[in-house]
Write a protein that binds this ligand. Structure first.
Ligand SMILES: [Zn+2]
Length: 517
């Protein structure tokens, strides 16, 4: 038997994934995801685009300093300032990688960069060389490669490898490729670039036509050794290649691809949930691999076959991707050790202090609701650990509402040690009245773009989880609140989003980075 090829998994959830509208994450959240990606077994984490904003720089620097056992990558355009800033953020990483990119397609050359082919080649060589001056692990991406003329793409890739690039990444930036097309692009590079054996070929596919995973697999079939992807496929527009799908395709069909990855697939579901909870972007029920229905066999004839022999209808086992066989239930008498154990199984790394604070909340919840499920625990931890620095928090509220009557609310909010309250009779319903009172007290007025209530678990005593999306000066901010009282959960979610608005306005404004692959 020949030994299988190991395909490198390059996760860009924290860089390209974060570009999903409303998915921006704070430093604590990024650190939590980075640690989960290490547990998952990815090879490279793209932690951000350091020159894009002070927040991005800080995230790449902190992840470089504190996360071990994985390569950490930072993105840069082909200019001195970008590359120097990327290195500044990456230099303390155990194994740093600088990723430089430059658009190569005719439309980008002509309209965006206003550079001719020769200038593009020279700029690419300049960028790679400058990065190589800092570290020997350098990735080069010709942005919009899938729409670049094949001859010119070969020329740029050869020059980048000659200048020292050890990975050449081929992005389908606009999601235009089809599997046969993407496969041909990679095959052309393998056949025509004379020094191609000196670098790993990577693919970076966008999902505009729903083909990102298929295109990535076509890349592997034709010689790519690295796949760039994100958890749950999050990213701009229709997103990126979904990590869990591409990894399970390679694992399930290793007979065909004769390749595998280092990913610990039992961590896929916990990591997917973590990213969904942190970004507020839930996966649809029928999402392959990690969706709630991914392993639900409802059709009678399938059930009959499943009972006789699961392999009749099942190509993967739910436990292989990390679905727990049974949802363990905790209750009032469960101790700290049991809670710590479940938190760990769900993918959280809690410090002693965090565990103590979550345990206190857990006890309060156990008084209100008899059975506490994994989803309850995840919701509690997310609220305690991922909450933004709470400038404002809920004190108490009183509400009178009824049909045909203007709702009246008295709301008390805490701002540090101070408590202020407001009574208002307004709004077209109790939730609206609470939102208006919060706006009045905090002095922040925003447009509510989305408001969703869902039950965290089953049962009438289930906790309500509310997700809101607020538009503040054209930027989206999300907020999340959980409580057994759905009005309180709504107030918490709204206030959480307001806290994010206030928190981010204290940061320096983001530098408008032209172009990102
Ligand atoms: Zn991209």
């Amino acid at each position: 038997m020949t030994s299988k090829r190991t395909i490198k998994i390059f996760d860009t959830t924290l860089r390209d994934g974060e570009q999903s509208p409303g998915a921006s994450m704070n430093l604590k959240e990024k650190m939590e995801i980075a640690q989960a990606l290490v547990d998952l077994g990815v090879d490279i984490i793209e932690a951000g685009f350091p020159i894009a904003s002070p927040g991005d720089f800080e995230a790449v620097r902190e992840i470089s300093q504190n996360v071990r056992g994985v390569q950490i990558c930072g993105l840069a355009r082909c200019n001195e300032a970008d590359i120097d800033r990327a290195w500044e953020a990456l230099k303390r990483a155990q194994s740093p990688r600088i990723h430089v990119f430059l658009a190569t397609s005719a439309i980008h050359r002509e309209f965006k960069l206003k550079m001719d082919k020769q200038e593009i080649v020279e700029r690419a060589i300049f960028g790679v060389r400058r990065a190589v001056g800092y570290c020997d692990n350098v990735e080069f991406s010709p942005e919009d490669a899938a729409r670049t003329e094949p001859d010119f793409l070969c020329q740029v890739v050869e020059a980048a490898i000659k200048a020292g690039a050890t990975t050449v990444n081929i992005p389908d930036t606009v999601g235009y490729a089809t599997p046969a097309h993407m496969g041909r692009v990679i095959r052309t590079l393998v056949e025509r670039v004379p020094n191609i054996d000196k670098a790993v070929i990577s693919v970076h596919c966008h999902n505009d036509l729903g083909l990102a995973v298929a295109n990535s697999l076509a890349g592997v079939e034709n010689g790519a050794g690295q796949i760039e992807c994100t958890i749950n496929g999050i990213g701009e527009r229709a997103g990126n290649c979904s990590l869990e799908e591409v990894v399970m395709a390679l694992r399930t069909r290793s007979d065909f691809y004769d390749s595998d990855t280092r990913v610990n697939t039992q961590r896929l579901v916990p990591t997917s949930r973590l990213v969904a909870n942190i970004t507020g972007i839930q996966v649809q029920r029928n999402k392959a691999i990690v969706g709630r229905n991914a392993f639900a066999h409802e059709a009678g004839i399938h059930q009959d076959g499943m009972l006789k022999e699961p392999r009749t209808y099942e190509i993967m086992r739910p436990e292989d991707v990390g679905f727990a066989k049974t949802d363990l239930v905790l209750g009032k008498h469960s101790g700290r050790a049991a809670l710590a154990d479940r938190a760990k199984a769900l993918g959280y790394h809690l410090t002693g202090e965090q565990l103590q604070s979550v345990f206190e909340e857990f006890k309060l919840l156990a008084d209100k609701k008899k059975e506490i499920y994994d989803a309850d625990i995840a919701a509690l931890i997310d609220e305690r650990i991922h909450g933004v620095s709470e400038l404002w928090s809920i004190g108490s509220y009183q509400l009178t509402a009824g049909s045909g009557q203007t709702p009246s609310v008295t709301l008390a909010l805490k701002h540090g040690e101070e408590e202020c309250s407001q009574t208002m009779a307004c709004g077209d319903g109790p939730i609206d009245a609470i939102f208006l009172a919060i706006e009045k007290l905090t002095g922040v007025s925003a447009v509510c773009r989305d408001f969703r209530v869902q039950a965290v678990t089953v049962g009438k005593d289930a906790q309500a989880e509310v997700n809101v999306e607020l538009d503040y000066h054209g930027k989206l901010y999300r907020g999340r609140g959980v409580s057994t009282d759905s009005v309180e959960a709504s107030a918490k979610a709204f206030l959480n989003a307001i806290n994010r608005i206030l928190g981010s306005s204290r940061e320096q404004p983001a530098l408008a980075a032209s172009g990102s692959k």
